[in-house]
Design a protein around this ligand. Structure first.
Ligand SMILES: Nc1ncnc2c1ncn2[C@@H]1O[C@H](COP(=O)(O)OP(=O)(O)OP(=O)(O)O)[C@@H](O)[C@H]1O
Length: 522
């Protein structure tokens, strides 16, 4: 009974506690009523999901993946758009600067590859104006797939847009069977990028760069090069030159272009040097344009007088890109070829005024040495009107691999100019023109100028144009003869004056030695 009373007393305490607890909870709930109304469904929906997710991540994920692989054996790789406002432009900026940062170009390269692949495959396409270069870039519309066969394996590509933190992120998605994983990583993706790079390179607009004046201080905003788009129409076909000589140059360029592997194996920089020499107007600049068009290269025209010193020259040349022609025109005028300017005081040049401190050895060291480190293919062209003035160190073989003499216009070169300007292959007046050109040294520039003038006078009359040309050539021949005669007379007069001056000085010496002897005698 006592026990019962105690139990009753204990039960009463419990009941009281319970009551108090429920009463308190009731009060709390009634206070939190509206909040609870919101929180309760969230708790109900979220907490178990969260718990489930945590459990899945900790315990089941690996097993689920293994299970999934058995069920779905396909692997996807996303190549995301780096998201730059103008990624295409960036591609060109980076790739033209020697391929630095090339890792970021994967998206553009894949897009270019797919542009070629998908235009025949996908049915819903998007065409955008190329940021650089010609025409349109065709790509897949979102949700479109294209299949690409590679070494017997099928790869699927699709273009996907995904929302990420409020931004739309575009990727090119590659899907393939997991058994092709090695093939994709080792061969297919490198193949896609290589082909894409080639397409982008081919599609780009070529450029003619000129160097800006070097600053005496370094500035991140200073651009070493400025450029314009290069659209020169000259080709080897329109270049007036002996056909055999022309063919030899084209063969040499072809061999160079194909020899990347050889240069790599031999551990030599992949470069080739050409020395173009000949009188003004024989087509040295025209030849450079023809080479650039033939090789599909950019041109870097280096004005050495704008370069402070060897260090600046090095910085300048290191920024030139692969597949380019680096040109130094009139090398005999731009450099002191007989002495090393490094021995001069800063700011002192041949004439004593301020100017470039680039030395021949600086230029040669760079061409021979440092470029090997930067890789890529480069053609170096020096031009001069006076090959006889050049330092042998500059023109020795191996440095300047091919010496090309640009000569006066003879019969074969005239045929090309007649075709270019008059669109004619044969004419009875050609023999008369050949006669003059065989005897007289007239440059292709002069012949071209006469043909232009004739064309302006009578647009379609070939006979009139050739007669006009013959008259002009005769006048120039006479003018040449007059200039030559004057030069000869001047040279003879100078020689005579020199001889007289030598005689006088000999007489003075004799007088002086006589006086001296007389004084001695005294
Ligand atoms: N071999 C050539 N073939 C076709 N056109 C030529 C040739 N040579 C000269 N010309 C014509 O003459 C113009 C001047 O020639 P170009 O500037 O190439 O000569 P250059 O030898 O470089 O002269 P310079 O030494 O004065 O720079 C060219 O724009 C071109 O129209």
């Amino acid at each position: 009974m006592a026990a019962t009373a105690a139990e009753t007393a204990g039960g009463g305490r419990v009941v009281r506690w319970r009551r108090w607890t429920f009463a308190s909870l009731g009060a709390l709930m009634s206070n939190l009523g509206p909040v609870w109304f919101l929180v309760a469904p969230l708790l109900a929906a979220y907490a178990p999901r969260r718990l489930l997710l945590t459990y899945f991540n900790l315990v089941l994920r690996r097993r689920a993946r293994r299970l999934l692989a058995a069920v779905d054996p396909y692997v996807t790789v996303d190549i995301p758009d780096p998201g730059a406002a103008d990624a295409h432009q960036q591609y060109h900026h980076r790739s033209r600067l020697g391929g630095r940062g090339a890792g970021d170009n994967a998206y553009e390269e894949v897009k270019a590859y797919l542009s070629a692949a998908c235009s025949s495959e996908a049915r819903e396409l998007r065409a955008e104006a190329a940021a650089e270069g010609r025409g349109l870039v065709v790509s897949m519309r979102d949700g479109q797939d294209v299949a690409d066969e590679f070494r017997g394996a099928t790869m699927w590509w699709s273009s996907v847009d995904e929302e990420q933190q409020g931004n739309t992120r575009r990727s090119q998605r590659l899907t393939f069977h997991q058994r092709h994983r090695r093939l994709v990583v080792d061969e297919y993706l490198p193949h896609v990028r290589r082909r894409g790079r080639e397409l982008l390179f081919h599609n780009r607009r070529r450029r003619l760069y000129t160097n800006n004046k070097s600053l005496s201080y370094s500035s991140v905003y200073h651009k070493a090069w400025s450029y314009v788009n290069f659209d020169h129409p000259t080709t080897f076909e329109t270049l007036a030159m002996e056909p055999a000589k022309k063919a030899a140059i084209m063969e040499d360029l072809d061999a160079f272009r194909r020899s990347g592997e050889f240069y790599r194996r031999a551990g030599k920089p992949w470069k080739r040097g050409y020395l173009l020499h000949g009188p003004p107007g024989t087509g040295k600049s025209t030849m450079i344009a023809a080479m650039a068009n033939y090789l599909d290269y950019d041109i870097y025209d280096v004005e050495l007088t704008m370069v402070n010193d060897n260090n600046d020259l090095r910085k300048l040349l290191i920024e030139t890109t692969s597949k380019s022609i680096v040109v130094i025109e009139d090398i005999d005028c731009s450099l002191d070829l007989t002495g090393d300017r490094a021995t001069r005081r800063p700011g002192e040049t041949r004439g004593g005024g301020g100017g470039s401190m680039v030395t021949l050895s600086g230029l040669l060291n760079f061409i021979d040495g440092l470029w090997s480190a930067s890789g890529g293919e480069r053609v170096v062209v020096f031009t001069t009107n006076h090959v006889e003035k050049l330092d042998p160190a500059l023109i020795r073989r191996g440095r300047m691999d091919m010496h090309i003499e640009m000569s006066y216009c003879r019969a074969a070169a005239f045929r090309t100019l007649a075709k270019n300007y008059l669109d004619v292959d044969a004419h009875h007046l050609f023999d008369a023109v050949d006669d003059i050109l065989d005897k007289e040294d007239i440059t292709p520039a002069d012949v071209a100028e006469c043909l232009m003038a004739a064309k302006r006078s009578s647009d379609s009359d070939v006979t009139f144009s050739l007669e006009f040309l013959i008259d002009e050539l005769k006048k120039r021949a006479m003018e040449n003869a007059r200039v030559a005669a004057e030069a000869k007379a001047r040279a003879e007069a100078e020689a005579e004056a020199q001889a007289m001056a030598d005689d006088d000085s000999e007489e003075d010496d004799d007088d002086y030695s006589d006086d001296y002897t007389d004084d001695d005698d005294d």
